[in-house]
Design a protein around this ligand. Structure first.
Ligand SMILES: [Zn+2]
Length: 416
């Protein structure tokens, strides 16, 4: 079928059809222009075999939902094309290269990757809140725009494989590298492999894995199709740092030890065969936002990682993190080894100006913090005077610092 130069949507908008930008299983997408508004749009025209009443119903359903107006990074269709010959839709034109291309270049740093993950999980949540599964989450359906301050902005495209209650099921299965175990098993058994919210959650986990660790979760077990299928259907995360997964570090990307405890837990659940245990888009978003606040850079190897109370060395070069020791006047030393170490009158030689619970030292990756809680305050010597630390706020401290709890002076040194 020849590509028309102009098309009119069902709402009467005239579209000027431009160059082809993608051609996939169901149809071809063109860069186009809405003549009235001069808005640049992406027009998708379905192949003849998909020009059916069901496809039209599905397009009209997406257009009614107006996802692109509710979340600007979802490039969802907002106009239907159904002129008797052509069936398709127009959606906002998404700028950028595919996430797949970006990851192949390997030029994403951990902060950018986590920010990207936060935005991406947000878009998926917008769809899931409506009980609509995207149905084909993969790295070519995410276009990434680089903003002026180097922040990566994803655009979720191609919603055409969606699944929603009361709608005809999608015609396609989805991208093979991202199919959930139950979809793979259904295909192997010759049954329909219809996507849903739970298969979306599985695919979202793979996308986040690729963005943050720069590798697919089956990397290392993908030497042939059978091994890949087995790895994807195992229900276990083969890169799990608590289960020997660090040995895959040499296969490119980042070692899984950079993730920290919380994200590791989510990956374990996300690849599970127990569909209901897979993390929701909201759980991912919140965990990624917390991770963003805990990104550290190793001073020895320059590697980035997410540090928490359970990390004791750099996951890249294995250099142990410094361990702080509090030294009180009587020579008593308290090592900050656990995640949280409370300090009070009893632990500090019974000084009456020290409250029963005066401060809490907290370890997060390579950094130790003090949180003041005592009635008489906690102070730090700045070289010329004592400065009172704000209450119930984490303040980073280091070896060599002098602190004062009430009227009791201590100093911090590094453990030998
Ligand atoms: Zn290091």
């Amino acid at each position: 079928m020849a590509t028309p130069r102009k098309l009119v949507t069902t709402s009467g908008q005239t579209l000027l059809i431009g160059r082809e930008i993608a051609s996939r299983g169901q149809g071809t997408t063109f860069e186009s222009l809405m003549l009235d508004t001069k808005q640049k749009v992406a027009v998708k025209l379905f192949k003849k075999q998909f020009n059916t009443d069901n496809t039209r119903r599905r397009i009209e359903y997406l257009v009614r939902h107006r996802f692109s107006e509710r979340c600007p990074i979802i490039a969802g269709p907002f106009e239907t094309i159904a002129d008797g010959t052509h069936l398709g839709h127009s959606a906002p034109y998404a700028e950028g290269n595919s996430l797949d291309q970006l990851l192949q270049k390997g030029s994403v740093n951990p902060v950018q990757a986590i920010q990207l993950g936060v935005a991406l999980t947000h878009t998926v949540r917008v769809m899931h809140d409506e009980n609509i599964a995207h149905g084909d989450l993969h790295s070519e359906n995410v276009l990434v725009e680089v903003a002026s301050d180097d922040v990566l902005i994803p655009h979720l495209i191609d919603l055409d494989n969606f699944n929603a209650p009361g709608q005809p099921p999608p015609d396609m299965v989805g991208q093979n590298l991202y199919l959930a175990p139950e979809q793979r098993q259904a295909i192997a058994a010759g049954k329909p492999a219809v996507p849903d919210i739970y298969t979306d959650r599985f695919q979202l986990g793979i996308l986040i894995h690729e963005a943050v660790l720069l590798k697919h979760p089956a990397t290392g077990a993908d030497h042939d199709e059978a091994a890949f299928h087995e790895a994807m259907c195992r229900g276990q995360w083969i890169h799990d740092p608590c289960n020997g997964g660090e040995r895959y570090s040499a296969l490119g990307g980042c070692p899984s030890g950079i993730l920290g405890t919380e994200l590791s837990r989510l990956f374990r659940r996300s690849l599970s065969l127990d569909r209901s245990s897979r993390p929701t888009a909201s759980e991912w978003k919140e965990a990624l936002q917390r991770a963003l606040m805990r990104v550290f850079i190793c001073l020895r190897c320059n590697g980035s990682f997410i540090g928490d109370a359970y990390s004791f060395c750099c996951p890249h070069c294995k250099m142990p993190f410094p361990k702080i020791v509090i030294v009180a006047p009587a020579g008593r030393a308290i090592a900050i080894e656990r995640a949280a170490v409370p300090i009070g009158r009893d632990t500090l030689d019974g000084n009456p100006t020290v409250s029963a619970q005066h401060a809490i030292f907290r370890r997060r990756g390579p950094v130790t913090y003090v949180e003041s809680r005592g009635r008489n305050g906690t102070y730090r010597w700045d070289g010329t005077s004592w400065v009172r630390l704000p209450e119930r706020t984490l303040i980073a401290v280091k070896a060599g610092d002098r602190l004062r709890f009430g009227e009791l002076d201590v100093h911090l040194r590094e453990a030998v």
